[in-house]
Design a protein around this ligand. Sequence first.
Ligand code: ATP
Ligand code: MG
Length: 159
Amino acid sequence: QDIHAPQLINHVIDRFEMTTKNQDIQFKRKLPDEPITIQGDRDKLMQLLDNIVSNSVKYSPEGGTINVSLKVEKERIVVSVKDEGVGIPKENIEHVFDRFYRVDKARARNLGGTGLGLAIAREIATAHGGNIWVSSDWGKGTTFSFSLPYVQQEAVVEQ
Ligand code: ATP
Ligand code: MG
């Protein structure tokens, strides 16, 4: 399936903007204007992004900004979702992609969920030949990124 990556991202973020209207959260997008076509399962890739963005919404403070970006690298695209939330402590960070793992059981229980979102996200990313990773500053925010293979089309010059 041919997927237009910026369009897919816009679609997912548009939906979150509608459902978070009564929360004071702002989305900022940094996406290339040119079409970037990747290969994959559209529903699955939407779920991958959805799982990451739903976490950043869940753990964002009132008035928080969520930055979503797409960067084109040599043979892959990298999508990043950066929030200004509570962050993830260093000692927990290597486990967040494990099934049923949740950092603070009490806090997490209040916010709902099963601890499967990121495990599923990782499965989808690797099934597409990509990767997923996280960096976080405890108390300052968290950035989740994933990459997907992308072969840049050579420009065709009409004679
Ligand atoms: P589910 O996604 O199944 O509804 P969940 O959100 O708790 O439940 P995951 O999405 O797998 O599960 O996330 C695992 C844990 O990682 C979360 O419980 C939370 O502790 C931590 N986490 C994930 N994203 C963030 C984030 N953006 N900021 C802070 N902590 C996070
Ligand atoms: Mg989740």
